[in-house]
Design a binder for this molecule. Structure first.
Ligand SMILES: [Zn+2]
Length: 467
């Protein structure tokens, strides 16, 4: 498991590995002690490598970071594709699942979903968690019981987790611009006010470095300008400054959100978050789909991350955000599977470039290396793990190996192996995953959750509404 004490040494020999500054290298000997890499040597002679070194045929990457997840949305896969509907009718189905969850069913569902993520090469998840309380909003005996279920789920599935504990106080904005009270299933999301949120987030018990366990880190989220009035944002932001925790927020996913925000506050959502002090280099704006030119400059100058979730944004008919403009302005790009319409970071990565091509009718906006950086180093940094996501000495020993002998990847050449993987491979081509130097997936099978499809099936059946 991640977080093992230093000392136990092991090594891998990667047929090909993507290394920072060196690109794709052949015959890479990767050594680790405990949960960190100690040495990386390319051009190792396979014949001279000692027995006991695990050979990794294919292309080995650093572990992938899923920077935006709502684990329970996985139960909606498929059923929300029947008929037409909108973002808002989709949200109604999502609320039905939220209403059905309790700590036990949440633990079972999230364990299975995180195991699916591990099979897809994801070694770290940012869980944007807002389903805090029991039915009607009554706190559980431990008011963080639901959050602890998610942390335990990540541990069981072998992933790192950043618990993005989400402040969610209002149920939208009225036509007159007033925050609406929470209603129905939303009552489970609320903590009364931001100080109530901070007291509960404190009780989760992070240490001085913001750690909740060996492989769990505390973070915070402002759900959106719809759910947190501007005068309630400060306590959340102040809370993140205590430990340098990451701060995430949904931003301008739908035009209706922008229109309601401008009507209420005479400012765009990006301007409201900037004025509240929520934009900075530890911040991540999720979606960032409908932005003005001024919004793009504000986000870029703040140095915040822009987290794109292209499969969800396509699924919910959100639109195509200005990824290239945001990166040019200064925002590092990260990726998330968000609603888990599919769980495949490779698909999220290529869809950023493909969406940009469709929107601009120009190719070559993002290189495969830039997209891989979004899926690895930048994603990890946005979740508070700047020491993960690169295969270099000292970094956390997280690896994912993609097979190059599958129907999708056969015929790959060394020089363009990263391009083949980013633009054509899928989660089904992931063969091996290590987290903190420990095997989590081998031969395409999860070693900690033995039957992931059965676990998903049982957990979803327990909470899913009828189609
Ligand atoms: Zn989301």
């Amino acid at each position: 498991m991640p977080g093992e004490p230093a000392g136990s040494a092991r090594a891998w020999l990667a047929e090909l590995a993507w290394l920072p500054g060196r690109g794709v290298s052949r015959d890479v000997l990767i050594e680790a002690a405990g949960d960190r890499f100690t040495r990386v040597t390319s051009g190792a002679s396979p014949d001279l490598v000692a027995a006991g070194v695990l050979r990794l045929p294919g292309l080995t990457l650093p572990g992938l970071a899923n920077a935006h997840s709502h684990a329970f949305h996985r139960a909606l896969r498929g059923i929300t594709q029947a008929g037409r509907g909108t973002f808002w009718t989709w949200r109604q189905r999502m609320y039905e699942v939220a209403a059905a969850l309790d700590p036990d069913s949440y633990l079972a569902l999230a364990t299975a979903v995180y195991a699916e993520m591990a099979l897809a090469g994801i070694t770290c998840v940012g869980e944007f968690h807002y389903l805090h309380h029991g039915p009607g909003g009554a706190p559980y005996a431990d008011p963080n019981e639901m959050g602890r279920a998610l942390i335990e789920a990540a541990r069981r599935a072998g992933l790192r987790i950043t618990m993005l504990d989400t402040c969610y106080l209002s149920g939208g904005l009225s036509a007159g611009g007033e925050p609406l009270p929470l209603d129905g299933p939303q009552l489970r999301f609320g903590d009364g006010d931001a100080r109530g949120w901070a007291a509960r987030a404190d009780a989760l018990g992070a240490d001085a470095r913001g750690m909740l366990g060996p492989a769990a880190r505390a973070g915070a989220a402002i759900h959106s300008v719809r759910a947190v009035p501007p005068d309630q944002m400060h306590p959340v932001i102040a809370w993140t400054h205590q430990t340098g925790a990451p701060l995430h927020a949904h931003l301008s996913e739908q035009q209706a959100e922008n229109e309601a925000c401008v009507a209420a506050y005479r400012r765009t959502p990006a301007e409201v978050l900037f004025d509240a002090g929520a934009l900075g280099p530890r911040s991540t704006m999720v979606h960032a789909t409908h932005l003005t030119g001024a919004d793009v400059r504000l986000l870029g100058e703040s140095g915040c991350y822009a987290c794109f979730c292209p499969t969800t944004e396509a699924d919910l008919a959100d639109g195509i955000g200005p990824a290239a403009a945001l990166v040019s302005a200064g925002c590092p790009l990260t990726l998330g599977s968000d609603s888990h319409a599919v769980i495949d970071l490779l698909e999220e990565a290529r869809r950023v470039e493909l969406g940009e091509r469709l929107a601009t009718r120009e190719r070559g906006n993002f290189t495969a290396a830039a997209l891989a950086a979004a899926a690895t180093a930048d994603g990890h940094a946005s979740l508070g793990w700047p020491d993960a996501g690169e295969i270099i000495p000292g970094a956390l020993a997280d690896l994912v190996t993609v097979a190059l002998d599958t129907p999708r990847t056969a015929g790959t050449q060394d020089q363009t192996a990263l391009e083949s993987v980013i633009f054509a491979a899928t989660a089904a081509d992931v063969r091996y995953v290590a987290v903190g130097g420990q095997d989590v997936v081998a031969g395409g099978r999860h070693l900690l959750v033995p039957d992931v499809p059965s676990a998903l099936s049982a957990a979803i059946r327990a909470v899913r509404p009828a189609a």
